[in-house]
Design a protein around this ligand. Structure first.
Ligand code: F3S
Length: 404
């Protein structure tokens, strides 16, 4: 793969070990995937943050990078705006929420190590809601699968589904290898999905779950009967990326590159499926694996909740007493806005919590006494049984939250 003079110096270790190791990762990935050169990026989003997923080995790796003398002298730092994926705890309120203390300590050490490398200690899978917002056609290196689907599809920036080390390496070097979704020719759709009736709310998650299973790592092209909200698009992408490995989708007349997606070829080759309301209903029902109809923890905000979603939840619980435990997962930035709007106070007065930095999948909820988790996210419904070993109920928030 071609490296320019500056890239060659980085690769040879002229800027210290952390830059050298990062360039080695980027070049190795580029060689594996047949990249001809590197490309400058404008932003990174880094997974591999929860202690539950990376453990002591991950913490040691990060502390090793952070202890490089060039890093300590602040000569090596992230070259582009970079944020983190959700961690395993609410970094500030872990004690109040009942997170195990040793886990919380290790979690804070992990986030501190990222901070030493110049990565913003903002832990969220919706970085596009909190200022990490690339522009159309920007090249970026993002790794959380729902965020990847959103940034490729809704914003029209370009990223592969980076692994945590690859995204961190890209943040440190300000570059990634030019292959996959960075190239226009790899952004064409390979399945046309016509949805026969209007859909809304959790229907988007069910649709994504169904089509993710169908296309795997392909690119679906949707024709919908109605216009989608940003919340619905983040649910759709999250579900597509969890049952399949979808990194990009197009929606006719909605997403910015739909007219470059090759719809005519899909029609010509009859690569088409039709989805009915009955399909959506059946899939929604299948996403519940519990025989009980009441969750002991209702966990909303997958992907991390926007201010609008928090407002809707505040409206549901206002002046009531919630019977089950309620977590609304989001970033510290969105919580700050919810605090100012009074939504946090409404939710807390009803007995719920706004939980920052983490979520139902990467937090150790299986060690915190919960058994049945209520979610309105198809991605969470897919992962909670496998990653936490718990039962799940998939439904709308107004049906999941029970009152005294
Ligand atoms: Fe985000 Fe966790 Fe869902 S990382 S997309 S809230 S599983």
């Amino acid at each position: 793969m071609y490296l320019n003079n500056e890239e060659e110096k980085m690769y040879q270790g002229e800027y210290g070990d952390t830059v050298r190791k990062s360039m080695e990762i980027i070049v190795a990935l580029g060689d594996i995937y047949g990249a001809e050169k590197l490309v400058d990026i404008t932003s990174a989003q880094i997974s591999g943050v929860s202690y539950k997923t990376i453990g002591d080995a991950g913490l040691e790796y990060l502390e090793d990078l952070a202890n490089d003398k060039e890093v300590k002298a602040k000569k090596t730092t992230a070259k582009v705006p970079s944020t983190l994926n959700p961690a395993g705890t609410d970094l500030d309120k872990w004690e109040k929420l009942g997170f195990p203390p040793l886990f919380a300590k290790k979690q804070n050490d992990i986030v501190d190590a990222y901070g030493s490398l110049g990565i913003s200690e903002t832990c969220t899978c919706t970085p596009y809601l909190v200022g990490n917002v690339p522009r159309f056609k920007d090249h970026v290196a993002w790794s959380e699968s729902s965020a990847v689907a959103y940034v490729n599809s809704v914003i029209g920036a370009r990223t592969n589904r980076e692994g945590g080390p690859g995204a961190l390496a890209a943040a440190i070097c300000g570059k990634t290898a030019m292959y996959g979704y960075h190239l226009d020719e790899n952004r064409k759709a390979n399945l046309l999905v016509e949805v026969e009736e209007e859909i809304s709310d959790i229907g988007y998650g069910a649709l994504g779950y169904m089509i993710g299973n169908e296309v795997g790592d392909g690119i679906p092209y949707f024709i919908l009967k109605n216009k989608s909200t940003n919340t619905e698009l983040k649910s759709l992408g999250a579900a597509l990326a969890s049952s399949g490995a979808v990194a990009l989708y197009h929606i006719e007349n909605e997403t910015p590159e739909f007219n470059l997606a090759g719809k005519e070829d899909l029609i010509k080759n009859n690569n088409k499926v039709t989805i009915t309301n009955n399909d959506i209903k059946e899939t929604s029902e299948k996403l519940t694996n519990s025989s009980k109809n009441e969750a002991d923890l209702v966990c909303l905000g997958c992907p991390h909740a926007s201010l609008e979603e928090i407002k809707d939840i505040a409206n549901i619980v206002e002046n009531k007493k919630i019977k089950n435990e309620l977590w609304v997962c989001t970033s510290i930035n969105v919580k700050a806005a919810a605090d100012r709007m009074g939504y946090t106070q409404i939710i807390e007065s009803a007995g719920g919590h706004i939980v920052c930095d983490t979520c139902m999948v990467v937090a150790p909820i299986e060690d915190m006494g919960y058994e049945i988790i209520g979610v309105n996210s198809a991605k969470a419904a897919n992962y909670v049984p496998s990653m936490c070993g718990l039962e799940v109920i998939f439904d709308k928030p107004e049906n999941l939250i029970k009152f005294d």
